[in-house]
Design a protein around this ligand. Structure first.
Ligand SMILES: C[S@@+](CC[C@H](N)C(=O)[O-])C[C@H]1O[C@@H](n2cnc3c(N)ncnc32)[C@H](O)[C@@H]1O
Length: 361
């Protein structure tokens, strides 16, 4: 295995380095011996998108979720981004120009595309928007793995409306580089699908509310006996925001008081969903650092099928290899990318093509 030269320009955390492998692309390895619960790094997302159905409940900037209802502060231009506090609204809206507003509004009303594709397109827009504001930070996103070249003609056709939409509205905005084509956009779409992480409601790992791209975390390969875990920051100090509303002005009775959350918080509480990756066990120097993309308690065939269906690869981890030798199991029969026809409709996004962490086991 050779040390990966493509990432040498990036400031990787002191705990890890990357190499290219034969079958799994690049992988992260430990630079030195690590004890269990060692935090390897903590990062902010490069870009995020909140699903349309949760846009009023999550702050577009700090990603705090309102505990019970909706935030009221929002962009009057597009009505697509909501904020928990004046601080978040002011900071976010500084860069939220007319182009971004128009694009988000047009996407929200785009017909005949399913929610999954729309949400991927939304994150793609947010990535280009981020790049426009800070081009230097795009490098690691550029290096993420895309499976677009492996997509079947049928899949490419499924995505045609999104491709046409993005190309039609991104090009005139001047957000694309002069040499970038429709195919480059679709490579970014594929990168988002294979490398995006889920944003969940606090303590509700079954409720997925959006997607986020953490390029550094996306360098971690999957292993069915993973040695690292991923944790996302959630809200902090939300309880302090509660206000007491007397139910009946004439009574001082405590029973008659109601505690509610305001629709505008006093300050940001979400910390942008910072992500931590930490070891779960002792790791030796030069040992690959891995995470679990799917429920690793599932049997071999189910794990393989899920990884192929949702992440487009056949798992080559040692556990899978040993288990398949022991059972004589052959490769999964499903073709790549069949997830598009198999996925359940209208059941949320838990199935979606992304590293949904923490996975809702
Ligand atoms: C999130 S990326 C991980 C980093 C990736 N190896 C790279 O070079 O950018 C996920 C991709 O890595 C590869 N991969 C990760 N874990 C793997 C495994 N256990 N077996 C085979 N390929 C794996 C697959 O190509 C997958 O689509």
């Amino acid at each position: 295995m050779a040390e990966d030269p493509s990432l040498s320009l990036f400031d990787l955390p002191s705990t890890i380095y990357t190499k290219t492998t034969k079958g799994k692309g690049r992988e992260c390895l430990a630079k030195y011996s690590l004890e269990p619960k060692t935090t390897l790094f903590s990062v902010y997302p490069y870009a995020t998108c909140i699903f349309d159905s949760f846009k009023k409940r999550l702050c577009a900037r700090c990603l705090a979720a309102h505990p019970t209802k909706s935030f009221s502060l929002h962009c009057l231009g597009c009505d697509q981004v909501y904020f928990c506090s004046h601080d978040c609204a002011d900071q976010y809206l500084k860069d939220h120009d007319q182009g971004c507003c128009d694009l988000l509004r047009k996407l929200a009303t785009l017909k005949k595309v399913d929610r999954h594709m729309k949400s991927v397109a939304k994150l793609v827009i947010m990535i280009y928007w981020q790049r426009k504001n800070d081009e230097g930070s795009f490098g690691l996103v550029h290096h993420l793995e895309s499976h677009y070249d492996d997509w079947s003609m049928e899949m490419k056709q499924d995505w045609r409306r999104i491709q046409d939409f993005l190309w039609k509205y991104l090009s005139p905005l001047g957000w694309l580089l002069s040499h970038e084509t429709e195919v480059d956009i679709m490579h970014l779409v594929s990168k988002v699908e294979s490398n995006g992480f889920g944003i969940y409601l606090e303590n509700r790992l079954d409720i997925l509310t959006g997607r986020a791209l953490y390029p550094l975390a996306s360098l971690f390969n999957h292993d069915c006996s993973f040695n690292c875990e991923v944790e996302q920051w959630t809200e902090e100090g939300i309880e302090e925001e509660q206000v007491i509303v007397p139910m009946d002005d004439t009574q001082d009775d405590h029973e008659q008081q109601l505690k509610v959350y305001p629709s505008v918080f006093s300050r940001p509480r979400g910390k942008y969903r910072q992500m931590l990756i930490r070891t779960t066990t002792n790791v030796q120097p030069d040992q690959p650092l891995t995470i679990g993309y799917v429920d690793t308690t599932l049997p071999l065939a189910s794990r393989r099928q899920k990884l192929l269906q949702d992440y487009y690869f056949t798992c080559l981890c040692q556990r899978c290899v040993l288990e398949s030798q022991a059972t004589g199991a052959s490769k999964v029969k499903e073709k790549r990318g069949t997830a598009f026809t198999l996925r359940p409709v209208g059941t949320g996004f838990g199935w979606a093509h992304m590293l949904c962490f923490p996975w809702p086991f």
